[in-house]
Design a protein around this ligand. Structure first.
Ligand code: GTP
Ligand code: MG
Length: 371
C-alpha cells in the first residue's frame, strides 16, 4: 500500500479524492491527488474511516459490505424518506392497503389476488415522499421478508379486525423486533360488522404491543384499506415516526443499496429493482450487484418513467447487468468499469466455488449415510 496515491486510496475507501484531501488538510497534511503517500499518511486515512491500522489497509473490493459502513460525515447528511414495509397474515389486506396508497388497482391484476413478487413504490404526502416495500404474505417468502425488515425503517403490521392475531402476524412482529424497527399497527377491515378492534389490541398486548390509550407506546390506527377509511391518519403516523427516527443519508457519494427483486427478461436481459440507501445512482454508473456487474443502462422509477438519477430511499428498476442478482443482494457503484468488473467477476467465482464445496459436502454426507 505504501506509495499509493490519493486517487487509488479513494477507490479503496470508496470516497471522493477531494474528501480525503480535505480530511488530510484538517489533520495538517497537504497532499494532491497523484502524489505518492507515506505509510503513516495512509494509516491516518484508514483510521479516519474506521479501519484499524494493524488490519490490512487494502480492503477487499469484492467484499461489498465494507461500502455500507456507517461512517458518514455528519455535515454531509441530509434527511431522507422513510422506507416502510407492510407485513401481516395472509389476506389481512396488505396489497389492498398498498393499492389504496397508490390509487391503483394492484389486487385486481394479480393472479388469484395473491402477491406474486416484491415491489417497491413511493407515495407522496404533503410533499413528503414515503417509500413502501410490498412483501408477499406467505411462509415460502419468510427469508425475503426477514431481509426486507433489515432495509426497513418502519414496519406496518396489518391485522384484520375480523380475524385477529395469526401465525404470520407473530412472525412479522418477531422480524420487526429482531431488526429493531418501530412498529405501527394498522387494524384493518374495521368496516366489517364482525370487526373487533379491541380483541386485536388485547391479543397484541401479549406481544408487547400496547396502545397509547392503554398506557403503552405503540401507535394503532384503525383503517379500512378497501373503503379508504383513516388511510391519511396512517400516513401521518408514518411521517411522525419518521421524524422521530431522524432518518438521514449522504446523497453526495457513489450509490450503495439493496436488491428488492430481479429477473431475467428475454428482451432486456437482467432487470433488477434496487433500493438506493446511500448516495445517488446515475445512468452509466459502473455497478456490482450481488454476484453480477455491469453499467446502469436504463433506469425507471416506480411509475415506469425513465429517470437519470435516484437519491437515497428511492426504488428504481435498472438494466445493464450481465446476470440477474437475487433479492436481498447488496449493490455498490464503483468509480470505474474495470474495478466493477474485477469485483463482480471475483464474487461470481467465489459463489461458484462455494456452491461446488456445498455439493461436495452433500455427496460426502450421503456417502457416510450409505455406509
Ligand atoms: P396476501 O398477499 O395473499 O398475503 O394477502 P393480502 O394481505 O395482500 O390481502 P389482500 O389485500 O389481497 O386482501 C385480501 C382480501 O381482503 C381481499 O378480498 C380484499 O378485498 C379484502 N380486504 C382488504 N382490506 C379490506 C377492508 O378494509 N375491508 C374489507 N371488508 N375487506 C378488505
Ligand atoms: Mg398481497
Amino acid at each position: 500500500t505504501e506509495g499509493m496515491n490519493i486517487q487509488e486510496i479513494s477507490k479503496i475507501f470508496h470516497r471522493d479524492a477531494s474528501e480525503i484531501i480535505k480530511k488530510l488538510l484538517l489533520s495538517g497534511v497537504m497532499a494532491n491527488q497523484n502524489q505518492a503517500l507515506s505509510k503513516e499518511v495512509i494509516e491516518l486515512i484508514a483510521l479516519e474511516y474506521g479501519v484499524e491500522p494493524e488490519e490490512k489497509v487494502v480492503v477487499d473490493k469484492a467484499d461489498l459490505e465494507i461500502y455500507f459502513e456507517d461512517n458518514e460525515d455528519e455535515e454531509l447528511l441530509t434527511s431522507r424518506p422513510p422506507v416502510v414495509t407492510i407485513m401481516g397474515h395472509v389476506d389481512h389486506g396488505k396489497t389492498t392497503l398498498l393499492d389504496q396508497l397508490r390509487h391503483t388497482r394492484v389486487t385486481e391484476g394479480e393472479a388469484g389476488g395473491i402477491t406474486q413478487h416484491i415491489g417497491a413504490y413511493q407515495v407522496e404526502i404533503e410533499g413528503k415522499p414515503i417509500t413502501f416495500l410490498d412483501t408477499p404474505g406467505h411462509e415460502a417468502f419468510t427469508t425475503m421478508r426477514a431481509r426486507g425488515a433489515d432495509i426497513t425503517d418502519i414496519t406496518i403490521i396489518v391485522v384484520a379486525a375480523n380475524d385477529g392475531v395469526m401465525p404470520q402476524t407473530i412472525e412479522a412482529i418477531n422480524h420487526a423486533k429482531a431488526a429493531n424497527v418501530p412498529i405501527i399497527v394498522a387494524i384493518n377491515k374495521v368496516d366489517l360488522p364482525e370487526a373487533n378492534p379491541d380483541r386485536v389490541m388485547q391479543e397484541l398486548s401479549e406481544y408487547g404491543l400496547i396502545p397509547e390509550a392503554w398506557g403503552g407506546d405503540t401507535i394503532f390506527v384503525q383503517i379500512s384499506a378497501k373503503y379508504n377509511q383513516n388511510i391519511d391518519e396512517l400516513l401521518e403516523m408514518i411521517l411522525l415516526v419518521a421524524e422521530v427516527e431522524e432518518l438521514t443519508a449522504n446523497s453526495n457519494r457513489l450509490a450503495v443499496g439493496t436488491v428488492i427483486e430481479a429477473r431475467l427478461d428475454k428482451a432486456q436481459g437482467a432487470t433488477a429493482t434496487l433500493l438506493v440507501q446511500q448516495g445517488t445512482l446515475r445512468i452509466g454508473d459502473p455497478i456490482v450487484v450481488g454476484n453480477s456487474y455491469g453499467k446502469v443502462r436504463t433506469m425507471l422509477n416506480d411509475n415506469g418513467r425513465r429517470i437519470r438519477s435516484a437519491g437515497p430511499a428511492t426504488p428504481v428498476e435498472i438494466t445493464g447487468l450481465n446476470d440477474a442478482p437475487q433479492a436481498g443482494d447488496l449493490f455498490v457503484v464503483f468509480e470505474d468499469e474495470k474495478s466493477a468488473r474485477m469485483a463482480g467477476e471475483e464474487r461470481a467465482q467465489r459463489a461458484q466455488l462455494e456452491q461446488r464445496d456445498t455439493k461436495k459436502k452433500v455427496t460426502l454426507d450421503n456417502l457416510f449415510e450409505s455406509l
